[in-house]
Write a protein that binds this ligand. Structure first.
Ligand SMILES: NC(=O)c1ccc[n+]([C@@H]2O[C@H](COP(=O)([O-])OP(=O)(O)OC[C@H]3O[C@@H](n4cnc5c(N)ncnc54)[C@H](OP(=O)(O)O)[C@@H]3O)[C@@H](O)[C@H]2O)c1
Length: 263
């Protein structure tokens, strides 16, 4: 990834753990300055302290709840003076259960974090990138984005938004020299996936660092990247062999199995 192509600062939402933290670690080693955003102040400061020991880069910590207007406003205000060349819309939340067992507030927060925040941040930073005629946006989607999935119906629909949003923006923003990428991993070993029990299934969660390497390698070359062989297989068989209904049924069987302690 080239600094001249994007710009000196990269903003990563959901940087305190999992895939977001792995993005930060990889991008710090490339010499970019970083704006790291999440709610957990301790974890972000620990991450900053460990990075500045190894890399001579600027790191700005922003504590923000991105489900709130104040959180989004704080990010926008605190980055005004910085040239953000790459926006990584990674923060995300998932509730896994029977749809009616999840309360409306949690469902709504998932929409605010997974849909509204990436939309508002892409609009804000995208405007500045378009004016500078360079930039990049990575949106974290998921393999569940390609069909409806029981027990994570709302979450899968938000990830579908991330995918469709990225595809449209990618085509629209090419005239501004802004690369847009959707990343669609399957199960990845992070806090978000800690509710799943993979015993008795063929699934082995991906490592966050693998997902990040695939994403950064694909940026500027593809609109959508599917990390992991099993996920590519699921996508291709879903597209060419099965009906959408059968895809939803088979994903439902997988989630019923891995969520058997909750359902
Ligand atoms: N793990 C998987 O199997 C998997 C598969 C496909 C796609 N994904 C996607 O990958 C992305 C990263 O998830 P992950 O797996 O790395 O999970 P994770 O370890 O739980 O990380 C989620 C990140 O989002 C932040 N976050 C949560 N709520 C927030 C809020 N209200 N405001 C600001 N930040 C918030 C968390 O930080 P704080 O708690 O400190 O705020 C954390 O840094 C998500 O978009 C997810 O949908 C994950």
């Amino acid at each position: 990834m080239n600094k001249n192509k994007y710009g000196p600062w990269v903003i990563v939402t959901g940087a305190s753990s999992g895939i977001g933290k792995a993005f930060v670690e990889k991008i710090a080693a490339m010499g970019f300055n970083l704006i790291i955003v999440a709610r957990n102040e301790d974890k972000l400061h620990q991450l900053k302290n460990s990075l500045i020991k190894h890399f001579q880069i600027g790191i700005k910590v922003l504590i923000a709840d991105l489900t709130t207007e104040e959180g989004i406003h704080h990010v926008i205000k605190q980055t005004e003076a910085l040239e953000v060349g790459l926006l990584i819309n990674n923060a995300g939340r998932e509730d896994s259960n029977h749809f009616l067992e999840i309360n409306k507030k949690d469902h709504t927060q998932t929409i605010d974090l997974n849909i509204k925040a990436p939309l508002l941040l892409a609009h804000h930073f995208g405007t500045k990138m378009a004016n500078r005629k360079r930039g990049g946006i990575i949106n974290m989607s998921s393999i569940v984005a390609f069909q409806g999935v029981p027990y994570i119906s709302n979450y899968a629909a938000t990830k579908s938004y991330n995918l469709i949003f990225s595809e449209g923006l990618s085509a629209e923003f090419s005239k501004h020299n802004i690369d847009v990428l959707a990343v669609t991993p399957g199960f990845t070993a992070t806090n978000l996936a800690s509710v799943y029990d993979f015993k008795g299934t063929p699934f082995k969660p991906l490592e966050p660092s693998f997902v990040v390497t695939e994403a950064l390698n694909a940026l500027g070359k593809k609109r959508v990247v599917i990390p992991g062989g099993i996920n590519k297989f699921l996508f291709l068989s879903g597209k060419f062999l099965f009906s959408r209904k059968l895809n939803t049924t088979s994903f439902g069987m997988v989630f019923k199995k891995v969520l058997r302690k909750i359902l």
